[in-house]
Design a protein around this ligand. Structure first.
Ligand code: NAP
Length: 253
């Protein structure tokens, strides 16, 4: 009898691109890919911050480079994918501007949609286009949110943007599947980062978070690293068009 062998969780020999990689969830996922053996391109707008991060990653013995990119600049996104080979593309660049729906300003709506939906869409488009040209398949991962599955206080804009990510992923999974390209999202609960600092500092919102996460703590960026590696790896070879909730049980009720 031949025993089944667990497909590898390692990413040796793979090339990964991570956007929003200068801090927060994106940086953690990029580090996780480097630890798993991939060569990782860390992308974000701030070249200085990126080079500091990449220097540390290299000092730790991993393979990494930095790429200054504004994900809302579609031409810059096209240029990045021109002539570069990526097996894994994780998009974590994102924005939150919260307000009651009846008070939402058009500028806030447009800014959030521009990055969370429009940029996510065209990054996935260009990633898939390059992967199809390579003929080697690949894995595309969007950092979505638990707010792609439920509503939240003052979060009509943010929820709209993240629900849209789930929709695009499903339709793209149908289209990209025959080329061996998988596309999924990770849906985190509240994770302590610069983005969520104002929410964590608001006592009412903090109580709301503590009430809804079923585990006895809030999320930290390390909670997302394993999910990112799993979805990028051969271990997730049959997983596409879906989302992996890392929500501490928030959506369980
Ligand atoms: P963060 O700490 O604010 O980090 C955002 C990252 O994105 C930074 O590296 C930032 O670097 C980069 N970025 C922002 N705008 C960009 C642009 N236009 N082009 C390129 N890079 C850009 O945020 P985070 O908490 O890690 O959130 C990352 C993602 O997770 C977002 O999509 C967010 O919606 C989602 N999420 C977060 C939580 C949470 O609780 N933190 C929960 C669920 C989902 P530069 O400013 O240098 O460009």
């Amino acid at each position: 009898m031949t025993l089944p062998k667990t497909p590898s969780f390692r990413l040796d020999g793979k090339r990964a691109l991570v956007t929003g990689a200068s801090r927060g969830i994106g940086m953690a996922c990029a580090v996780a890919y480097a630890e798993a053996g991939a060569h990782v391109t860390f992308a974000a707008r701030s070249a200085d911050t990126l080079s500091g991060v990449v220097n540390e990653v290299r000092s730790a013995g991993y393979q990494a480079d930095a790429y200054a990119l504004d994900v809302t600049d579609t031409q810059a996104v096209r240029d990045l994918f021109k002539g570069q080979h990526f097996d894994i593309v994780l998009n974590s660049a994102g924005l939150a501007r919260h307000s009651a729906a009846i008070d939402t300003a058009e500028d806030d709506f447009d800014a959030v949609m521009n990055i969370n939906v429009r940029a996510a869409y065209f990054i996935a488009q260009q990633a898939a286009k390059a992967m199809i040209a390579q003929g080697t398949g690949g894995s595309i991962i969007q950092i979505s949110s638990q707010m792609a599955h439920v509503g939240g206080i003052d979060r009509a804009v943010y929820c709209s943007s993240k629900h849209a990510v789930e929709g695009m992923n499903k339709a793209m999974a149908i289209e990209f599947g025959p080329a061996g390209i998988r596309i999924n999202s990770i849906c985190p609960t509240f994770i302590l980062t610069e983005l969520t600092k104002p929410t964590f500092e608001d006592p009412e919102k903090r109580a709301w978070i503590d009430r809804n996460i079923k585990l006895p703590r809030v999320g930290v960026v390390e909670d997302i690293m394993g999910a990112a590696v799993f979805l990028a790896s051969d271990a997730a070879g049959m997983v596409t068009g879906t989302s992996l909730l890392v929500d501490g049980g928030w959506t369980a009720e």
